[in-house]
Design a protein around this ligand. Sequence first.
Ligand code: HEC
Ligand code: HEC
Length: 600
Amino acid sequence: MRIQRAKNNVALLLAAASVIVLPGAAMAQGTATAGIAINDPLTIQKCGGCHQRDSSGMMKRLSYIRTSPEVWDQAIKRMIRLNGLKLTPAELHDIVRYLSNNNGLAPEEMKPGFFDIEHRTTGYQDDYVPNPAIQKTCNNCHSIGRVLSQRRTRDDYEKLVQMHIGLFPGSATTFRPQRAKPVADVNSPAHPNETATGGISMEYPHATNPPSNAKAPGDIALDYLASAQPLMTPEWTAWRAAMHPQKLAGTWLLSGEQPGKGKIYGSVVITPGTTDDQFNTSVTYSYVLSGTTVKAAGKSIVYTGYSWRGRANPPADAASHALTSTAVPSGWREAMMISRDGNTMDGRWFWSSFGELGIDVHLIRAGAEPTVLGTDVSSLQSPSKGTVKIYGGSLPASLKPADIDLGVGVAVTKVISVTPAIATVEVEVAKGLPVGMHDLSIGRVSVKEALAVYDKIAYVEVEPDAQISRLGGVRYPKEYAQFEAVAYAAGPDGKPGTDDDVSLGPVPVRWGLEEFVSTPDDDDVKYVGSLDDSGLFTPNVEGPNPQRKKQANNFGVNNYGDVWVVATYKAPDGGELKAKSYLVVTVPDYTLYDQPEVAQ
Ligand code: HEC
Ligand code: HEC
């Protein structure tokens, strides 16, 4: 593959001169701003034909951007798609890796947008949007994660906006909408900029009648980005100085939580790969609830000294997005951030076509000293007696009840058995304890908020409170939706539904779908798909369903619809608690923005 490099480059240099005509403004440079020198021979060779490099190593565009491996990868794919750039997969990989290390993000800068890389599909974008200026502009089209995970000069943000307008002309109305007309004007002849039928969007994100000198939303967004996410930051300067290849080889202890399947515990053995930023992994973990054990072998790469991208048991076709859609995975992708001291990693392992199924994971280096990870249960009732399994590493065979601390009122009365990984103990929870989270410690090691102590379950909630699933399975992949029922105790104030309520963890429930009545004779519940007894929703197939004739013209319609996902919890006292979540089942995602090749 690599032999072709020289040949491609000749073609590229020849092509370069004629290709630059694209959005002209985007390539016009002339900035005096200090940038980041690009000194990698392959990057210079492949990109320098168009992105000229000056004697100080500054390359147009590239020197004025810092971003995640995913965004670098996406931009380079466009260079291939639209600008005729030719790269082998290995060259793409090497360039993404160089740019992510040389023009990357500090861990603090990456964190707010990392949910995107972790493929978290639930929750609300609003929770991550730091400023309304970028919500109604950039967030109109894509995840805010992509916007948060970049740093540029103002000049380069302007070029980014120009690129959008050039490639997606619709974005012009988002960045610079036509002024909304004063209300009194509604029946007057149309403004020359508008079509008679109002073809241009009149939506103005900030006000219906902005003053005539108001800044366009796109300019407000630019001001925000240029000042909040500038090219040079103290965080990056500090990280660049501290950055070094992480020595990750060794055994790591794994704990995690998979919605619908509960807690997992296990280990990851990391061995060095071909270069100092590549690793091989051997993973074993078990589900506490079902006892099912999963084993997998994987590979990973660490970008920018902290950003882990891995893959375990990849399918034969590594380019395939769909790893598996089963609730217990046979393969997955991994996105984790390594802590600065190099002793813990946190992130998500995900699978299925959109990464919508996954496990929140925490890894900690195993050592000769005891380590604690957590317990099998999420909560203990006051008063009660029972057994608790404590998961950890290097737990001493001599472990005594007095070595284990579960907080005031929770006494460990007996150690039933100990292996290096699991201690099974008997506990006695005193009467009348206040509702709250308890830490767990063994000797000097501890887990914060390991379990909750509660009086009684006040209510149950279905999480997330709303979700989208996509029809698929014929031409396009299905997007599944996983729900979980979580019990809550009313906190110290004794009132349910207030901020001090305490989560007691997932509880087993009976699942069902109910109609969300939005039209007469609403029949969505019959067509959208099915929910299994772990709260996993499987959508129906896409495309018209001849069995579902809703329209006067007698054509079959799709299996789309909106329904309630209902959980019924049977309380120990025989009573029932119900909760529900809103599920929208819609058409397939016809475009998939994903950069799976940034992982190994
Ligand atoms: C054939 C010419 C050509 C080559 C070769 C080329 N680019 Fe580009 N590049 C462009 C043009 C034109 C633009 C502006 C339009 C756009 O953003 O797509 C651009 C813009 C960019 C941007 C800015 C996109 C953004 O997010 O704002 C990045 C980053 C980039 N190129 C990276 C690269 C890298 C890395 C290489 C080499 C692997 C490369 N380019 C090779 C023509 C080229
Ligand atoms: C009209 C919809 C739309 C709007 C509005 C929009 N984007 Fe994009 N953006 C896209 C699409 C589509 C792509 C993918 C481009 C491609 O296919 O390469 C993209 C790509 C990107 C990328 C990836 C880098 C690259 O070169 O591909 C970044 C970063 C980005 N947008 C940031 C922003 C920011 C910041 C804003 C707000 C100022 C914004 N976007 C507004 C549609 C939009």
